[in-house]
Design a protein around this ligand. Structure first.
Ligand code: ARG
Length: 399
């Protein structure tokens, strides 16, 4: 029996050409696997057929939108995950799920390798392969673009010569990856980090500088998970889809940053992630109300570590799973409502309330009736500053 290989298939030029290319170069039969993580765009039935038309021996499509939302985006939101303080890990979150489905399909259909369309310069090659090996260490990987010299020019020429069923669409000068958590745009004129992005780049968001009425939304959380929007119960997927529209229409979630890739390169990236940014903003504010001070402070450090691990492709690793256990534990009381104003590119929290609130009006008020015992403050400061006072006696700080 010939070897079989499962290819993560997007339906685009590179992975379409990769099907006959892999067969030619390695002799392996190619099984195409297309996964819906909410990237929108094309009908996946067409994508499935294109793979068959390009020589795939089997073509499988999986709608993984709910699994992506529930098992990947919910943990990311609980972790308020932002890489380098900004990027909500859009691509980094889809890779572990796609990898799991690649590995599962390989096992089910008797393949011994997986393939993906990444170059050798980015994070995604690392994420795919590291995740697949963490789940199914017996599998091998092939990256036709990286390992089998399938450059873009070659792909275009090959597709024409072999009359492959390439989708006729306006060719984009950008490298784009998108799913329901956001959209990443790279290359082209953006490679000069001084060049400002143009309106043309954006699909999930409207121009935030246009004058329009603000949108107000009420998001209800239960144990860290957003469960209702303006009182309507929603699944995580529905929540993200609705907020992408509402926040996107107000231009929320645009990011322009220089980021440090795992492979050592600094790269300029444009992102738009309306729902992600709005939800993380709302969630952190509810945590401010419901988490104990030291838990909140420690969790912020864990969030940075969690985000770094996920960015670096270690989703299935022991440390990431252990941090998940910590984060989950912290979310037990993160229930309540957050009111958000979406306007001019920003998601601003204007109110929060919770049955689990640690905010105590009688302690916080400056009005009469305050119950905070101000007499004990003096003694507290005496002891709190004791180490500093002793050190000052010795060090005689200059004034
Ligand atoms: N830089 C981001 C990351 O590493 C996004 C990469 C997306 N890929 C793309 N072809 N635009 O997670």
């Amino acid at each position: 029996m010939t070897d079989r290989i499962v290819l993560a298939y997007s339906g685009g030029l590179d992975t379409t050409v990769a099907i006959p290319w892999i067969k030619e170069r390695t002799g392996k039969d190619v099984i195409a696997l297309a996964i819906d993580v909410g990237q929108a765009g094309e009908d996946l039935e067409q994508v499935r057929e294109r793979a068959l038309g390009s020589g795939a021996v089997e073509s499988v499509v999986i709608d993984a939108r709910d699994e992506f939302a529930d098992d990947y985006l919910v943990p990311a939101l609980k972790a308020n995950a932002l890489y380098q303080r900004r990027y909500p890990l859009v691509s980094a979150l889809s890779r572990p799920l796609i990898s799991k489905l690649l590995a599962r399909t390989a096992r089910e259909l008797g393949a011994n390798s997986i393939a993906h369309g990444c170059t050798g310069m980015g994070n995604d090659q690392v994420r795919f392969e590291a995740a697949v090996y963490a789940l199914a260490p017996e599998l091998n990987s092939v990256a036709p673009i990286r390992d089998l010299s399938l450059t873009r020019d070659v792909a275009i020429e090959y597709a024409e010569q072999h009359k492959l069923p390439i989708r006729q669409s306006k060719s984009s000068p950008y490298s784009i990856d998108q799913n329901m958590w956001g959209r990443a745009v790279e290359t082209g004129f953006l490679e000069d980090p001084w060049n400002a992005p143009i309106e043309d780049l954006y699909e999930y968001t409207q121009d935030p500088t246009v004058d329009r009425e603000p949108t107000e939304v009420l998001i209800t959380f239960e144990t860290g998970v957003p469960v209702a929007l303006d009182g309507e119960r929603l699944t995580m997927r529905q929540m993200v889809e609705k907020l992408n529209k509402l926040a996107g229409d107000q231009g929320v979630g645009r990011l322009d940053m220089v980021e440090d890739r795992l492979v050592g390169i600094k790269s300029r990236e444009i992102y738009e992630a309306p729902a992600a940014i709005a939800l993380i903003e709302a969630h952190t504010h509810l945590e401010d109300l419901t988490l104990e001070r030291d838990v909140a402070r420690y969790k912020r450090q864990v969030e940075v570590e969690w985000s770094n691990l996920v960015y670096d492709g270690l989703w299935y690793g022991g440390l990431k799973r252990s941090l998940d256990a910590f984060i989950d534990y912290t979310q037990q009381k993160v229930s309540g409502d957050v009111r958000l104003k979406l306007h001019q590119g920003r998601a601003v929290v204007t109110g929060r309330r919770s049955d689990e609130s640690l905010y105590d009006y009688s302690l916080a008020t400056y009005d009469t009736g305050n119950t905070f015992n101000q007499d004990s403050a003096r003694g507290f400061i005496d002891i709190w500053s004791l180490p500093s006072r002793i050190a000052a006696r010795r060090d005689k700080p200059e004034l």
